[in-house]
Design a binder for this molecule. Structure first.
Ligand SMILES: Nc1ncnc2c1ncn2[C@@H]1O[C@H](COP(=O)(O)OP(=O)(O)OP(=O)(O)O)[C@@H](O)[C@H]1O
Length: 256
């Protein structure tokens, strides 16, 4: 984390055990993590190292077995389910490998849903925010399309619009380019770089060093622990290739 950043998210001694298995599965084992306000943090690690589980537990989608998580200085681990839902709806945005959109609504109405839920009395404001976002991410012309009528890259940019329409302080992304070809991956990563430059904090889980190169810092997970952290400074198009090589070399040393 850059020293100029204030802390937005802080996890202390976070652990997660699944008791649904016999024997129980320890997945997160004493995670200490600080994310700076406005930081673009990348989470990497081998398959099964606990990346998704960590993302779900730091974002209140799941409840850790131990430890605490504070968002903006406020502990969220002890909130009720209803309080937690409200924090997720108004303070956080989420994107996943698959866009969870409703088939019977067009793209614009899908993007509008969470924004209307967050501010039901301000439909005009929500529509304006959504229109501006769709314009900014190059999908305004397909707003009346159905979700099966657009490309995977457009669908993921729509997911980004939906996540940002509530103006969250932090955006969590779990392998958002995992199902995309390299052209669409670049489109989505350009969108995330723009989101980051506009000041939103991002936590991105990815397997792809080219995507990781967009971040300010990469943490590496192994067996549910943060093994190492690699600070990179701000991404530029000119420096992209060198950063990617640098991440490759860093990962190779960990046997990735
Ligand atoms: N609900 C669950 N019940 C039991 N075990 C689980 C559950 N969810 C995840 N796990 C286990 O936790 C471990 C970490 O899973 P997780 O999905 O967090 O890893 P990951 O690093 O994101 O992997 P990938 O890169 O393959 O997505 C795996 O061994 C997985 O089987």
């Amino acid at each position: 984390m850059s020293h100029t950043h204030n802390v937005i998210l802080e996890c202390t001694d976070l652990s997660k055990t699944f008791y649904s298995t016999e024997p129980p599965t320890d997945v997160l084992d004493g995670i200490d993590l600080t994310v700076g306000d406005g930081e673009f943090l990348v989470v990497m690690g081998a398959s099964g190292s606990g990346k998704s589980t960590m993302l779900y537990n730091i974002s209140g989608m799941d409840r850790p077995t131990g430890g605490r998580v504070a968002l903006g200085g406020k502990e969220i681990t002890s909130l009720t389910d209803a309080e937690m839902s409200r924090v997720r709806l108004t303070g956080m945005g989420f994107i996943f490998q698959q866009a969870y959109f409703l088939k019977n609504l067009n793209i614009q109405d899908n993007i509008l849903l969470p924004a209307l839920k967050a501010t039901p009395k301000d439909r005009t404001g929500a529509v304006k925010r959504v229109d501006d976002l769709m314009e900014r991410f190059g999908i305004a012309h397909i707003k009346r399309h159905g979700i099966t009528q657009i490309s995977g890259g457009q669908l993921q940019r729509a997911s980004i619009c939906r996540a940002l329409a509530t103006e969250p302080a932090i955006l969590f992304a779990d392998e958002p380019t995992g199902a995309l070809n390299s052209t669409m991956t670049a489109e989505v990563m350009d969108a995330l770089t723009s989101v980051h430059r506009a000041g939103t904090t991002i936590v991105l889980v990815t397997h792809d060093p080219a995507c990781a190169a967009r971040g300010d810092r990469v943490v590496y997970l192994r067996d549910g622990q943060i093994l190492d952290s690699h600070a990179m400074g701000a991404w530029t198009e000119e420096g992209a290739e060198r950063r990617e090589d640098d991440i490759f070399a860093w990962l190779a040393k960990k046997g990735f």
